[in-house]
Design a protein around this ligand. Structure first.
Ligand SMILES: [Zn+2]
Length: 489
């Protein structure tokens, strides 16, 4: 049976019973919980923390705010709330505020229903059409959010300015019967916050200059940076009081979670010839983990999940380019491709003073090296690469450029015994295709370099580790001082 297209047809299939948006979301959520359905598919890493709290907020019919740093999927999670709305709801066709045909709020629909009665046209809204989103900025006005007189409309329609028909509805009335999401709430000017508070308090909207009140029905959801939100004077207290649930989001807590999120979000499914080794994914993710704990990086602004996502995309592109020039498949990104993804890293964090001194590129290189070192020890920490280290100490050197074709890399690597024979912990066998072997071998050298067991020049020549590194000099000095102290005693 096709859906009702007029108010008359609608009345024969639906009762005029009214359910609020929050009640509708609650009902659908209860049904999903009962059916053990996955809530919010695609939102990873929040199963034991954020999602239960969001669930409770919906069950409590609360307005809510998500507090978290950038790139913690806050907006995405809010958008996912639309999965709790009915598949479709009837509205008076052409209404700007999605009026319920049984209980219209606006003057236009009142007049229309009086005039056309059962013939009034009805159309249907999907969940995504019931989601209104706005980024708060200091220049957002009451007119943007709530509404205003529209003199042009008045002139065109020949209406009196005081007529309700000249109203321009703001975003909030347009979210009537849906979800209104406001991102970065603290950036909203104080008087607009007062306006929002009034709506939450009274449950209706009063548009400047009109004697009408619109008892709109919305679920209001917000996001904010936690520090901005708790800073004194940023949010008016009565508004805070009215937001039923405050939920903290977070970055992935385990590397595997981060790898899964990045795998889902990064655009790597671009060619069937691509093979992204597990260690490459882990190093890319490790960069974000290292950045989030690095003192040279501003913690208040955070390090978005977009860092590993765009870094992986860029590393894959660099590998794609090399493979094309060398005419080889499969396409396998190497650690040097991650270094080549620097342009996708440097803009993703804010530096503290110490970091500023070093410069964003150097900080990013250090982060990559740190991540390589960690992933290397998790896979190959048990392996001995004594022969490799000896090769360099005896004056050997290898030159593995980022653009070198795999056969060239393998030819270099074969000069050292021990590298290609110890790749089993990486899941690599000698029979694997050359690009994969080359990537694995290069990872070993990069790993040994990250652990300061061998040296590396700027143009990727691997050499022996400098014997008089800063650290070692310090140790020697310490030893001398110790001896000196003994003698004095
Ligand atoms: Zn209407």
């Amino acid at each position: 049976m096709s859906r009702p297209r007029t108010f008359g047809e609608l009345q024969s299939v639906r009762s005029r019973e009214r359910v609020s948006v929050k009640e509708e979301m609650r009902r659908n959520l209860l049904r999903k919980l009962q059916a053990r359905e996955t809530l919010f598919p695609g939102i990873l890493g929040y199963d034991d923390s954020v999602i239960p709290q969001v669930t409770n907020a919906v069950l409590s019919r609360h307005n809510m705010i998500l507090l978290g740093l950038r790139g913690q999927a806050k907006s995405r999670l809010l958008r996912a709330l639309t999965s709790l709305l009915d598949p479709e709801i009837p509205v008076v066709a052409g209404c700007e505020i999605n009026d319920d045909p049984f209980q219209p709020l606006c003057r236009r629909c009142h007049d229309l229903l009086k005039e056309r009665g059962d013939e009034t046209p009805v159309c249907w809204l999907t969940p995504s059409e019931r989601y209104v989103e706005k980024l708060a900025t200091p220049d957002v006005t009451i007119a943007d959010i709530i509404g205003d007189v529209d003199p042009i409309r008045a002139a065109r329609g020949g209406f009196d300015l005081a007529s309700e028909l000249t109203m321009h509805y703001g975003l909030l009335p347009r979210a009537h019967r849906g979800i209104f999401a406001l991102n970065e709430l603290p950036d909203l000017a104080g008087r607009i916050q007062v306006g929002l508070f009034n709506i939450l308090q009274e449950g209706d909207v009063q548009i400047k200059g009109y004697p009408v009140r619109l008892p709109i029905d919305v679920c209001m959801v917000f996001t904010a940076n936690p520090e901005d939100y708790t800073a004194r004077g940023k949010i008016i207290t009565p508004l805070k009081d009215r937001i039923g649930s405050e939920i903290r989001t977070h970055y992935p807590t385990a590397l595997e979670q981060g790898v899964a999120i990045t795998a889902q979000e990064a655009w790597t499914e671009r060619t069937p010839d691509l093979v992204v080794p597990r260690w490459v994914r882990e190093v890319v993710e490790g960069i974000a983990f290292a950045a989030r704990r690095d003192k040279k990086i501003d913690r208040r602004s955070g390090v978005s999940q977009r860092l590993p996502i765009s870094s992986l995309e860029n590393a894959v592109s660099n590998a794609e380019r090399r493979a094309l020039l060398a005419g080889e498949t499969p396409i396998v990104p190497r650690i040097s491709d991650i270094y080549a993804s620097l342009p996708s890293l440097t803009g993703k964090f804010e530096l503290e003073y110490e970091g500023e001194l070093l410069g964003a590129e150097n900080v990013a290189r250090e982060l990559i090296r740190e991540a390589v070192g960690e992933v290397f020890s998790s896979y190959l920490g048990q392996s001995s690469f004594r022969e490799v280290v000896r090769f360099f100490e005896e004056g050997g050197s290898l030159r593995i450029r980022e653009g070198s074709p795999s056969q060239e890399v393998l030819a270099q690597l074969s000069r050292v015994s021990d590298v290609l024979s110890q790749l089993a912990p990486l899941g690599i066998s000698p029979r694997d295709p050359a690009p994969l072997l080359a990537a694995a071998g290069e990872f070993v050298l990069e790993g040994l370099w990250a652990q300061k067991k061998i040296g590396r020049s700027d143009d990727r020549g691997f050499i022996a580790q400098e014997r008089h590194g800063e650290v070692e000099l310090d140790l020697e000095r310490l030893e001398r001082l110790r001896k000196l102290k003994k003698q004095v005693n």
